[in-house]
Design a protein around this ligand. Structure first.
Ligand code: RIB
Length: 308
């Protein structure tokens, strides 16, 4: 089992031919909404990979909250750790997709901002039953810290996805067994610009020194991931696909990757599988709605694996 501590957002999408410049209004189309939020997306990805998942987070006592919790329940995710607030709205994200499927996102954190350390600590039994715990930075730092401390106390593998980037202390990073940032987050955490696997390798070394964390994975979007671990250090290439919607691709990678790791899959193989899951996700619309099942990924790899 994997416990995910993190955010819920209702994603409000508009497709546009390009991103507007500051002060400019342009016409888009195809407004739609779908459950998202980095935490909920990652829990959803874990469940789609066939590994039991539990979610800890906060939503409003509103229609978006109902819908987002129901979406997790539909794939069997435990939601006992999800608290409802009647004084604040559920998290919402406004997502603009350009013609190439790239996105710009602004999040109104809403109820996500109210998750407390005490509410995380109250879910100790979930941690004890888990092989891994995943947390991001879309909930308050006190909840993130409580997650990492409790994971260490319970001897559960802790995974930090430092997204969206926020300044973090070295002490917090010292509590992580895995750190999985993208290029931007890595650059901000280390001061090393990341634009390819060579620069990712240098940045990973700096991040490991700063954090004393033994395992770092720098995700590189369509270019795959750089792994720096005692078991394997090197580049795992991504897959070239026609993207229509990149929202949630990173979350798909993380959920699939950790799900494979807890099933005992070697790190390099787990990363290749997770890159395939993320590649499939960008060819579909929505965050949670785009995440494939483990069987779909296996079949896709049989057909497309040789191309990588
Ligand atoms: O990582 C993608 C997610 O980031 C979206 O679903 C959006 O809600 C934001 O949290």
């Amino acid at each position: 089992m994997i416990t995910v501590v993190g955010s819920f957002n209702m994603d409000l999408f508009i497709e546009a031919p390009r991103f507007p410049a500051p002060g400019e209004a342009i016409l888009g189309r195809n407004f739609r909404r779908a459950p998202g939020g980095k935490g909920a997306n990652q829990a959803y990805a874990v469940a789609r990979m066939g590994v039991p998942a539990a979610m800890i987070g906060a939503v409003g006592q509103d229609a978006f909250g109902d819908e987002m919790v129901a979406n997790l329940l539909e794939v069997g995710i435990g939601t006992r750790g999800v608290v409802r607030r009647d004084t604040v709205a559920s998290g919402t994200a406004v997502v603009i997709l350009d013609a190439t499927g790239q996105n710009q996102i602004v999040v109104a954190n809403g109820a996500n901002d109210t998750l407390t350390a005490a509410e995380v600590l109250a879910q100790r039994d979930s941690f004890v039953r888990s092989q891994a715990v995943i947390v991001q930075l879309e909930t308050p730092m006190e909840a993130v810290e409580a997650t990492l401390r409790l994971a260490r106390e319970c001897r559960v593998i802790s995974v930090l996805n430092p997204a969206p980037y926020a300044p973090v202390t070295d002490a917090l990073l010292h509590l992580c067994d895995w750190i999985i940032p993208n290029e931007n987050e890595t650059a901000k955490l280390t001061g090393v610009e990341v634009h390819d696997s060579a620069s990712a390798a240098s940045a990973a070394v700096v991040l490991k020194l700063r954090s004393a964390c033994p395992r770092v994975a720098v995700t590189l979007g369509a270019n795959g991931v750089w792994l720096d671990t005692p078991e394997f250090t090197g580049h795992v290439p991504g897959f070239k696909v026609q993207a229509v919607d990149t929202v949630g691709a990173g979350d798909t990678f993380i959920g699939a990757f950790v799900a494979r790791l807890v099933r005992g899959v070697p790190v390099r193989e787990a990363a290749r599988f997770a890159c395939a899951a993320a590649a499939m996700a960008v060819t579909r619309r929505g965050a949670q709605a785009s995440i494939p099942t483990a069987n779909e990924v296996e079949e896709w790899l049989r057909q497309n694996g040789a191309a990588a």
